[in-house]
Design a protein. Structure first.
Ligand SMILES: [Zn+2]
Length: 60
């Protein structure tokens, strides 16, 4: 899972891919991570490209 400290605001909000940073048109849920910001920890849901980026683009 990506480190939320390295992600941008739009990535944490689910607007941009958590892996490649592109704006999401079609997305899929990657998972949720705990993100500590200052003294508070919140759980953020990460979304990634569909089809998944960076895994080769061979489709069935
Ligand atoms: Zn992506």
């Amino acid at each position: 899972m990506p480190d939320p400290d390295t992600l941008t605001g739009p990535q944490l909000e689910g607007w941009h891919c958590a892996l490649c940073g592109r704006r999401l048109l079609a997305d899929q849920f990657l998972g949720s991570v705990e993100w500590t910001c200052g003294s508070s920890t919140r759980e953020v849901e990460l979304w990634v490209c569909r089809p998944l980026c960076g895994e080769g683009s061979d489709s069935a």
